[in-house]
Design a protein around this ligand. Structure first.
Ligand SMILES: Cc1ncc(COP(=O)(O)O)c(C=O)c1O
Length: 355
């Protein structure tokens, strides 16, 4: 068995893989891959998958849950277009690559995207705390977890402005107060399901209020909400597997229990990084992510030895993102603490031999 620390698409529970593979061969006599999205069977899947998101995150009344396509990358554009108001100006907290891309896409649709705070001065290794907000911002946008550098907002950003969040890499990893947001979006391929679907949780009262002259139907969240997320062919398989995964999450204690498990995994690995003389963590301690743990070897010389050791231990996916290097252990919900222990044991053994 491999220990998959990949950043996404990533590990999902084995039971979900088993159930999903059964449905590929037989889903009420057909394959899940060939059923019509208009069939009663799939309409039920979509309804349940939307409902289970509400259950898992305790989504209050007055919000719609949508499963669209285009990844979080299209979410940058969709969120900006749907939240654009009279001022066509918005605040963006820049915590790294994905936030930078969100800013670029907002600008490309005509929003004056102002950097309300940034951690670029230190290579995005911390979460900026002081925000430069202006009451003429149509909204404030942030990325709850920087998947690449391994920083994470520990709390929801406090503001009176309408709030948008890209929660791609930490949604469902812990409870979140959805009522504080006007719009949340997240690519499915971390804690929700396989790549293909993108989740939107949107406050109904913001729908249909865009001031953009350019709003193609697919980018208009109101059109999707009016059609119960079935305006066009949805990513059928990704939605189905997301439903299986949400059922699995709910039957294992929901996001509260996931949070406890994720904290235990993060504590185990961070304490090894902090106590092992050959490694060091790359981000500010108070801003460390529980999902993506980034670290370096203090001395590059034994890199090949360390790489061989974790490779031999059946660990995959811990090479850092190509833009930053080093190591990144992504520890999404489905990764067991036993896998984290295997990595920690490799680090200890490496240090015993090379320290
Ligand atoms: C926080 C965050 N935002 C956006 C993206 C881009 O997502 P997608 O590839 O679904 O467009 C990613 C991808 O990993 C991400 O981690």
């Amino acid at each position: 068995m491999k220990h998959n620390f990949g950043a996404g698409p990533c590990i999902l529970p084995q039971d979900v893989f088993k159930e999903a593979s059964k449905a590929v061969l037989d889903f009420n006599g057909l394959s899940i891959l060939e059923i019509s999205h208009r069939s009663a069977d799939f309409v039920k899947v979509m309804e349940e998958a939307r409902q289970k998101v509400k259950e898992a995150l305790n989504v209050p009344d007055g919000y719609s849950v949508l499963y669209l396509q285009g990844g979080a990358s299209l979410g940058f554009t969709i969120s900006a277009l749907n939240m654009m108001r009279e001022n066509k100006k918005a605040g963006y907290i820049n915590t790294g690559t994905w936030a930078t891309k969100a800013i670029k896409e907002a600008k490309s649709v005509g929003i004056d995207a102002v950097t309300a705070a940034s951690s670029e001065d230190k290579g995005f290794t911390y979460i900026p705390k002081d925000l430069n907000l202006s009451s003429d911002f149509d909204f404030l946008h942030y990325t709850s977890n920087n998947t690449i550098c391994g920083t994470q907002f520990q709390d929801v950003v406090k503001t009176d402005l309408p709030l948008i969040c890209d929660m791609s890499s930490d949604i469902f990893s812990k409870p979140v107060d959805v009522s504080k947001f006007d719009l949340i979006y997240a690519g499915a391929q971390k804690n929700l399901g396989p790549a293909g679907a993108t989740l939107y949780i949107v406050k109904d009262e913001i729908l249909g209020k865009s001031t953009s002259d350019f709003l193609p139907s697919y980018l208009d969240l109101k059109k999707h909400a009016d059609k119960d997320s079935m305006m066009n062919t949805p990513p059928v398989f990704s939605v189905y597997v997301s439903l299986l995964n949400l059922n699995n999450l709910l039957s294992t204690g929901g996001v509260e229990a996931a949070k406890t498990r994720n904290e235990a995994k993060a504590n185990l690995l961070y304490s090894e990084i902090d106590n092992n003389p050959l490694f060091h963590g790359t981000v500010a301690k108070e801003d460390r992510s529980n999902m993506n743990v980034t670290f370096l070897l203090k001395d590059d010389a034994p890199t090949e030895i360390f790489n061989k050791m974790w490779n031999d231990a059946n660990i995959v996916g811990i090479k850092g993102h190509r833009s930053v290097g080093g190591y990144r252990a992504s520890m999404y919900n489905a990764l067991s603490i036993d896998s984290v222990q295997v990595l920690v044991d490799v680090m200890k053994e490496f240090t015993r031999k090379n320290g």
